[in-house]
Write a protein that binds this ligand. Sequence first.
Ligand code: LLP
Length: 446
Amino acid sequence: MENKNELKQLDFPATMKVNEQDHLEIAGVDTIDLANKYGTPLLIYDVATIRKNIQTYKEALKTYRQNAEISYASKAFASVAMYQVIKQENISIDVVSGGELYLAKQADFPAEKINFHGNNKSKAELEEALDYGIDHFIVDNFHELNMLRDLTDARQQPAKVVIRVTPGVDADTHKYIMTGQRDSKFGFDIQSGQAEEGVKIALETDYLQVEGIHMHIGSQIFDTETYLLAMKQVLKHVKYWEEAFAFQLKVFNIGGGFGIQHTPDEKETVFKQQLETISEGLMSLLDQYDLPYPELWIEPGRSIVGEAGTTIYEIGSYKELSGIRRYVSVDGGMSDNIRPAFYGAEYFGLLANRMTEQTKSEFSIAGKACESGDMLIWDLPLPEVNPGDKLAVFNTGDYTFVMASNYNRIPRPAVVFVEDGKDFLAIRRETPEDFMRFENHLPEDF
Ligand code: LLP
């Protein structure tokens, strides 16, 4: 690793620069000015990077010689302004709860571009989605299938469904984010015949239109072999279903999961190459099984927003244990980014207000929560740090704000979008007064 605090160590977006004040600038906006304007911790999204990632996906999907569709997995970062950006880019989204659906509706997101996921959708959520007229229901299990059949029968309303299967493959990733293995809470098991039974039930209903099959093998995956193996498992069964009961695969949704680099030591982001290889592989599998090319759907989340996010923290207290470690604490931590504590995720950071200064030694970056596990980064080389310095932590756009909590009653951070020299407050900082919206004082007679 370089021994200078500077923008060389990660594959930073072209919109990131060091300005004349030696500050980190994103999309022409000085991040220190943003920190002064909106406070810290502050999650900054570089919107041009989000748009560029979507374009890269569109390019990569041209490899596939049939229609292809991107459905942004909005669980990675969901907000009204984010849904509006996605709408501008004219791709679909997936939502996994009534809450995400509600926000998408607030953004006037077109119903015909919304796909509904989740392993325990409630009747109320299904009804809300039917009312709005969403595109696909990704049906996860028999309970949901029966509920959706009953609802569409009662309403005499058609609904397009895609059956989610677990192909029975183990992806090379953290066990909390593996989903393609047989022993998973998600989807119909393909090997025991559950998936076939689900498909048959759906085909026999009056109002469910079976469009195809969905699989998702997990998240933060850099290889392509596991996707190919999983697709092969699925197509093997699809071929059999085609012959046995004339099943037609119109849509093949292969999920998301493409990995991104968070630190200089992690594998590089290669989602374009991954997707091109997967598309080629899919076409040759389809040829091999003599199946017509279905529409190819992908559901990336992390790889669309991860590298677009940078969190700015203010440095506060300092503790030195001679010969052991130097701790510096920041004004956020697991309350705005649970990933290090939850998955052991690693991050990289630089001092945003002294970008090119020589690093002095390694500092371990602690969060402010009362939890020893609330450590954002271990042993990060930095220049001498002082209280009030601003630390930029990079590639924090994926699964941070959306997993934020009020632990220790720390308010959630603000989220700012920057593009072409402009900034926009997408989500304002929570305040302790916001907590009182949910609180009641004890009644006198209690
Ligand atoms: N499709 C389905 C059905 C999913 O469950 C997910 C992610 C995606 C697509 C998008 O996957 P992506 O492209 O973002 O990897 N909180 C964890 C990640 C959980 C992923 C949940 N499902 C983390 O912070 O690593």
